[in-house]
Structure formats: structure tokens, C-alpha cells
Ligand binder design. Sequence first.
Ligand code: MLT
Ligand code: MN
Ligand code: ZN
Length: 304
Amino acid sequence: MRIHLLGTGAGGGFPQWNCNCDNCSRLRAGTIKSTPRTQSSITISGNDEDWVLFNASPDIRAQIESFPPLQPARKVRDTGICSIVLCDAQIDHTTGLIIMREHDKPWDVYCTSAVYEDMTTGYPIFKMLDHFRGVNWHEVKTDQSTFTIPKADNLIFTAVPLKSEAPPFSPHRHNTTAGDNVGFKIEDTLTGKNLFYAPGLGEMEIHVRQYMEEADCVLVDGTVWTDTELSNEGISNKRAKEMGHLDQSSKGGIIEILSTITKPRKILIHINNTNPILDDDSLERKKLNNAGIEVSYDGMEIIL
Ligand code: MLT
Ligand code: MN
Ligand code: ZN
């Protein structure tokens, strides 16, 4: 399978429109060794023709333009995206559905019933799309059963329930239910290889560790280096943990967890603009390199 990373930044992207944190100002000034990142989304194909979009970011328009297979131009209105899978109902993962309202038929959207509830109440994008071509909702179960998607040849999907946080507008905020956040195992039946993708990971649970140990590549939450990163920059008093993101550097953080897992290639995604790892020359980046952990960038490709 071919995995194309469309957007590797967290909500807001890098640089964020109103942000003058150290990274954002240095990126604008051209004084940081780094590249801009659009908001969180990847796309996967098992046949190099039909693409499953994982999360629809507000940057989807530019992301499609950046990756020609998503615009194959076979007819007057066309797309290479066959279906959309959502990990959660967060703004950075769902707003692209509105941008893609001009689709010539209902979008096939795969998400849990908890996300469906958010998308029809707190952030009623599905209801809004009813005024266009609508949405064909396919329920993704949280019992770790496998499912397939029409046209997504050779691929088998499993949703993996994760402890994270529901969006601020969700009826489940601070009272999360299974299905508010899921990661995905995506397996290619031709190569036997699998990816574990989890852009929002708030806690490391035993079943999650098992998926990671058995993966050939893990593409996981790289939002923040420290739990207090946003308050350190004077941006917000929210801790990353409260937002459902496990930091990288603390005891029990992502580096420590990944260092005990040997098999997979390890890559961080959904990187917040405040995170020092965005600077290729930073000490924090060196620590990741030493731990064998990669930092993703827009346009990165993984073949499994
Ligand atoms: C998150 O990942 O916590 C959210 O996407 C933050 C946001 O964009 O509001
Ligand atoms: Mn996010
Ligand atoms: Zn910033």
C-alpha cells in the first residue's frame, strides 16, 4: 500500500494564522530549518488508483492540489478519493467535508457512532451536507472487528478505540465514550504489512501497545514535546493531556513508550506549531533521532 501524508501539522497548521510563537515567527522570517505543515490528514491506496482519505482537514483543497492522484481528471467533475474515514470529530479532522461539498454524489464516510453523534449535533456538518449531496454513513464499530471499503482493494481496516478527549463542542466532552477517538490498523493483504495510525493518543493502553508492537510502521501523535507547552508559550493554560494528547518527553511519554517497541518504523504526525521538534536543528529533534523516531512532513510517502 501507498501512504501519502497530506497534512502533518496539528489543528492550526504551521505557521498558524495568528501565532507568533518561536517556531511560527522564525518560519515566517526564514530563520528556522523547517517546512510549513498543513493540518492533519493522510491518504492510502492499495491499488494506486482509489484513495481512502483519513480525516478531512480544512486544508483539503490545497492538499488535493499538492497530490495529483487525488485529482485524476477523468471526467468533468472527478476525484481519486473513494471514501473518507474519520478518527474523531475534531475541527481539524472534519471541516474538509464542507470544503468538499461539491462532490457529485453522497460521500461515503466511515466513523463511529460517537463521532456520528457529534457530526449531527455539536458540529452538525453531516446535517449541513444533507443540503448538498449528503453523506452515506458507515458505522465503524469499536469492538476491533475488521472491515473493508469498496474500491479500497487489498486493504483491511480495524478501528482501535483510544483514550483521548472529545472535542469542546461534543456532548461527550469530559465524559468520553468508546468511539470518540479511534486509531486505525490498515493492513495490505498483498504484502502482509500493516500501519498503525493514531494522530490523537491521550493514554497508552495495553491493547494499543499490542497494535504498535505488531505494526510495520506506527504513525502516532506528535502534538507536543511537553505537557505544558502551550502554557509555557503563554498561549493557553490547557495541558496537552487535557486535550487528549500524550507528550513526547516526559516519563511515560511517547519517546519512552516507543523505545520499548522494536519492530515498527516509528514516525510522529499531528505536530503542533509550538513543538520544538519542528526545528530540524533542535536538541529535541536530535533526541528523537537518537531514539530512532522520525518527524513527518507534508508530502512524505510510506510504502508498506
Ligand atoms: C486537537 O487535536 O486537540 C484539536 O484538533 C485541537 C484543535 O484544533 O482545536
Ligand atoms: Mn487535532
Ligand atoms: Zn505557533
